[in-house]
Design a protein around this ligand. Structure first.
Ligand code: HEM
Ligand code: HEM
Length: 186
C-alpha cells in the first residue's frame, strides 16, 4: 500500500498535459466531422486532430513506465473496498481504451485509408497495416464508436473527480493538483 499523499510532479504534468491534448483532440474530431462545411472545408481540423492525437501514442509509453515505477497515492480510507476496485477499474479502462485503444484505432483507420499522420506536424507515422479500402468502413466505425464511448468514460471520470472534491471533501483531486507541499519527490 502506498503512503504518498500526492502524485509526483512528472505524473501530474503527464496527466494534465495528456488530458488537455485528449479533450481538445476529441472536440476537434467532433467538429471536423459534424461541422465539416462550416469549420473543416479543407480538412484543416482533421489534420490538427491527427497531429495532436498521435502525440498521445508517444506520451503514453512514458506515462506507463512512470506509473509502474512510481507509487500513486493511497485511496481515502472513507472509500469502500467496492469503490476502490471501481476506481482502479475505471483508471485501467481510461488507460487501455481512451489513451491506447482510441489513438491506435485512429492510426489503423488512417493506415487502411492510406492517409498520412503527421505527428505534431513534424514527422510521418509509418502505416500500421497495409492500405485496404475494403476495411475502410469497419475501421471508421471502430474509431467513431470508441471515440463516443471514451467521451462518456472521460465525462464520468471528471464528474467522479469533482464529486470527491466537493461532496466527499477528500484529498483525491488535491493529490492530482499542482503545487502541493506534500508532493512526493519526482
Ligand atoms: C493517431 C491518432 C488518431 C487519428 C489518426 C485519428 C483520425 C481521425 C479521423 C481521420 C477522423 C475523421 C475526421 C474527418 O472525417 O474529418 C477522426 C474522427 C474523430 N476522432 Fe480521431 N484520430 C486519432 C485519435 C483520436 C483520439 C485520441 C480521440 C479522442 C481524444 C479521437 C476522437 C475522434 C472523434 C470524437 C472523432 C469524430 C467521430 C464522429 O463523431 O464521427 N481521435 N479521427
Ligand atoms: C478536467 C478533466 C480531468 C480531471 C478533473 C481529472 C482528475 C483526475 C484525478 C483527481 C485523478 C486521480 C484519481 C485518484 O488518484 O484516484 C485522475 C487520474 C487519472 N486520470 Fe484524470 N482527470 C481529468 C481528465 C482526464 C482525461 C481527459 C484522461 C484521459 C483520457 C484522464 C485519465 C486519467 C487516468 C488514466 C488516471 C489514473 C492515474 C494513475 O493512477 O496513474 N483524466 N484524474
Amino acid at each position: 500500500m502506498s503512503n504518498v499523499e500526492s502524485y509526483t510532479a512528472t505524473a501530474k504534468w503527464l496527466h494534465w498535459g495528456m488530458a488537455l491534448i485528449w479533450i481538445v483532440a476529441w472536440l476537434f474530431g467532433i467538429v471536423a466531422v459534424h461541422w465539416r462545411d462550416e469549420f473543416n472545408p479543407q480538412h484543416q481540423l482533421t489534420f490538427l486532430h491527427k497531429a495532436m492525437a498521435s502525440v498521445l501514442l508517444f506520451l503514453i509509453v512514458l506515462r506507463v513506465v512512470w506509473r509502474l515505477t512510481h507509487p500513486s497515492p493511497a485511496m481515502p480510507a472513507t472509500m469502500s473496498p467496492l469503490m476502490k476496485r471501481g476506481a482502479f477499474a475505471g483508471h485501467l479502462l481510461l488507460y487501455c481504451i481512451a489513451l491506447v485503444g482510441l489513438p491506435m484505432s485512429g492510426w489503423y483507420w488512417s493506415s487502411v485509408a492510406d492517409k498520412p499522420i503527421l505527428v505534431a506536424g513534424l514527422f510521418l507515422l509509418p502505416a500500421l497495416v497495409e492500405p485496404d479500402q475494403s476495411l475502410y468502413d469497419l475501421a471508421k466505425s471502430i474509431h467513431t464508436y470508441t471515440a463516443w464511448l471514451c467521451g462518456v468514460l472521460v465525462g464520468g471520470h471528471v464528474i467522479v473527480a469533482l464529486k470527491h472534491h466537493f461532496i466527499d471533501k477528500d484529498r483525491v483531486l488535491a493529490g492530482m493538483l499542482p503545487g502541493r507541499a506534500t508532493d512526493a519527490p519526482s
